[in-house]
Design a protein around this ligand. Structure first.
Ligand code: NAD
Length: 318
């Protein structure tokens, strides 16, 4: 198939582009490099089945040109703001890069009769629901971050556009996604900080924030597995893993892997790492398990594998 990956130069997008090419698809990546980098997708540039457009997805005229030239059959919407601190300071970032990118893609799909969509959603749409095992039917979705709110708005758009235009949509709510080539998140931050000062580690919050982490290979495996069975209307899945990992446990694993024995942890305090951070959540993956998929790695294994991968490769992106 001819597929278009919006935000394909980002952390997950790069891995996804590579796997889609391996699966035999022709892949066009559209990215404005606001967060992703050209260097990150450099290894794909020589591949015949790969094409790149540096473009802002909110630029309607430009996006329409790309749809006209490339005639995509399947759209993967991975473009969003992943810099939560930037949007805490300025919510416009979420409106533009998370919500409006989805809106513009859906409008192009409507105009050019593209019928297949994958949408990257997030656990952040649930909000802070401590003590509840979150499944796809959990009511009262009340995000506590601008990011979660923008993603929930996108899910609503996907629902309406799918119904109005007979689009088959696959919506995955990801937990934290990690793996080699990480560009953000707690493991990335800790490695940066310990690189600067290996005797002291600042940990945002009280370190007891506990969440599921999925390894990137598991995520792309699930995406590719489900893309071949067209959803009828909107198919929504939590992509869950077994277990959760605390922030302090991540710090411990990292210090162990780096051979650092006397690092002093300095907690900034508070339950969440920052305002809008959901300190604990627990996913039910029953629905996706029943549909025949489960993750290969537990949350702790994903963290360990990622630390080893990132430490081993440092600057390797793909
Ligand atoms: N990484 C995670 O843990 C996680 C968890 C839940 C959901 N998600 C979702 O998965 C998707 C990919 O996440 P990621 O971690 O790879 O993030 P990322 O920031 O690495 O990738 C997002 C990409 O979108 C691009 N982009 C942003 N605004 C754009 C615009 N206006 N026009 C063109 N390109 C634009 C960025 O340059 C970047 O390359 C996102 O939608 C994110 O919300 C990620």
């Amino acid at each position: 198939m001819r597929v278009l990956v919006a935000g394909g130069a980002g952390f997950i997008g790069r891995h996804l582009c590579r796997e889609l090419i391996h699966a035999g698809h022709r892949v066009v990546c559209v990215d404005n490099f606001s967060l992703g980098t050209r260097a990150g997708i450099e290894p794909l540039m020589s591949v015949k089945a790969f094409g790149l457009y540096e473009a802002d997805i909110t630029d309607r005229e430009r996006l329409e040109q790309i749809f006209e030239v490339e005639e995509p059959e399947y759209i993967f919407q991975m473009a969003a703001n992943s810099d939560i601190r930037a949007s805490a300071a300025n919510p416009d970032v979420e409106y533009r890069n998370t919500y409006s990118t989805t809106y513009e893609l859906l409008n192009c799909m409507r105009k050019y009769h593209v019928k297949n969509l994958f949408f990257a959603s997030t656990s952040a749409v649930y909000g802070d629901k401590r003590g509840v095992v979150l499944d796809e039917n959990t009511p009262d979705l009340s995000p506590i971050s601008y990011y979660g709110a923008a993603k929930l708005g996108c899910e609503a758009l996907v629902s309406a556009y799918s119904y109005m235009n007979d689009i088959h949509s696959l919506v995955f709510r990801f937990p934290n996604v990690i793996g080699p080539g990480l560009t953000h998140g707690v493991i990335f931050d800790f490695i940066q900080k310990l690189g600067i000062n290996p005797s002291r580690l600042e940990i945002l919050g009280n370190g007891r924030q506990t969440k599921p982490y999925i390894f990137i290979e598991d995520l792309t495996d699930a995406i590719l597995r489900f893309m071949i069975t067209p959803a009828s209307g909107v198919a929504l899945y939590n992509v869950g893993v077994s277990g959760e990992t605390s922030v302090t446990a991540i710090a411990d694993m990292l210090c162990e892997e780096m051979g650092l024995t006397d690092v002093v942890y300095q907690y900034t305090g508070g339950e969440g790492g920052w305002r809008g951070d959901v300190p604990r959540f627990c996913y039910s993956a029953d629905k996706i398990h029943k549909a025949g998929w489960s993750a290969r790695y537990t949350s702790d294994e994903a963290v360990r594998k990622t630390i080893r991968g990132v430490l081993g490769e440092r600057n390797v992106c793909l």
